[in-house]
Design a protein around this ligand. Structure first.
Ligand SMILES: Nc1nc2c(ncn2[C@@H]2O[C@H](COP(=O)(O)OP(=O)(O)OP(=O)(O)O)[C@@H](O)[C@H]2O)c(=O)[nH]1
Ligand SMILES: [Mg+2]
Length: 220
């Protein structure tokens, strides 16, 4: 007789249950949580930092969870903004899972927090398979990676209703066309919204805030 160490269905069922617990915990604490996914180096941390810089003067209390295989560079960048932050060491995992987020939520002081950013492990395939219970999701890609991500790896884009194409200041260098990317996304996800940004110089941040439904005097 052959037995396996674990049943994949059990593992997935447990992740879904924990994601649901995370969702309920965040809802009870009135925290709006945003899972920020996307490949390595596209500007996830830079965009989150830009958003935090806009939230803080509006009186919005922000926390951010940084995932890192090793080290805590992004966590340090979040702390520099004045936001509350926690570093989640993810080792060899290609994603944050609901268990990891649950631990981070319990370790993080959520009292008074209105918005929580969760910067996922870099990737365009794996993170979307692991529901976290965050409620909101953003996929970040960069104009520097060429324009084909949505055509070649459509699943994350069909499942996520907000895409940021960052590093748009470098689009001329790579020949990426915003109209083509908009058309690709509209084909894959007619309900989705696409925002073009340059986190280095601060453009597109207003559009991103609007896409998230944020106004300075809004109560989240
Ligand atoms: N030119 C340009 N550079 C950018 C932009 N956004 C980020 N960068 C730069 O790109 C590099 C990576 O940015 P990060 O914000 O660390 O990217 P990330 O996606 O968080 O990276 P990982 O966490 O390592 O996956 C940094 O040197 C940023 O200064 C942009 O819009 N334009
Ligand atoms: Mg980062």
């Amino acid at each position: 007789m052959e037995i396996t160490q674990y049943n994949t269905d059990d593992v997935l069922a447990r992740q879904l249950k924990l994601a649901d617990e995370n969702y309920r915990l965040l809802k009870t604490r009135q925290v709006r949580a945003i899972n920020v996914m996307g490949p390595v180096g596209v500007g996830k941390t830079s965009l989150i930092v830009r958003l935090i810089e806009r939230f803080i003067p509006c009186g919005v209390k922000v926390a951010a969870i940084a995932a890192a295989a090793v080290g805590d560079e992004d966590h340090q960048r979040f702390l520099e903004t004045g936001a509350r932050s926690i570093n989640l060491t993810t080792g060899e995992d290609g994603h944050i899972d609901a268990t990891g987020l649950n631990r981070a939520l319990l370790a993080l002081d959520l009292a008074g927090i209105n918005v929580l950013f969760v910067e996922n492990v870099p990737g365009i395939i794996s993170p979307v398979d692991y529901p976290l219970g965050t409620g909101d999701e953003i996929v970040v890609i960069a104009a520097t990676s060429g324009g084909g991500a949505m055509r070649k790896y459509p699943r994350i884009f069909t499942q996520t209703d907000l895409v940021v194409v960052n590093k748009i200041d470098l689009a001329a260098a790579t020949g990426v066309k915003t109209e083509t990317m908009s058309a690709d996304y509209a084909r894959i996800n007619p309900h989705g919204r696409i925002v073009f940004a340059d986190a280095k110089h601060g453009s597109g941040i207003d559009e991103l805030l609007a896409a998230l439904g944020f106004e300075c005097d809004s109560k989240w």
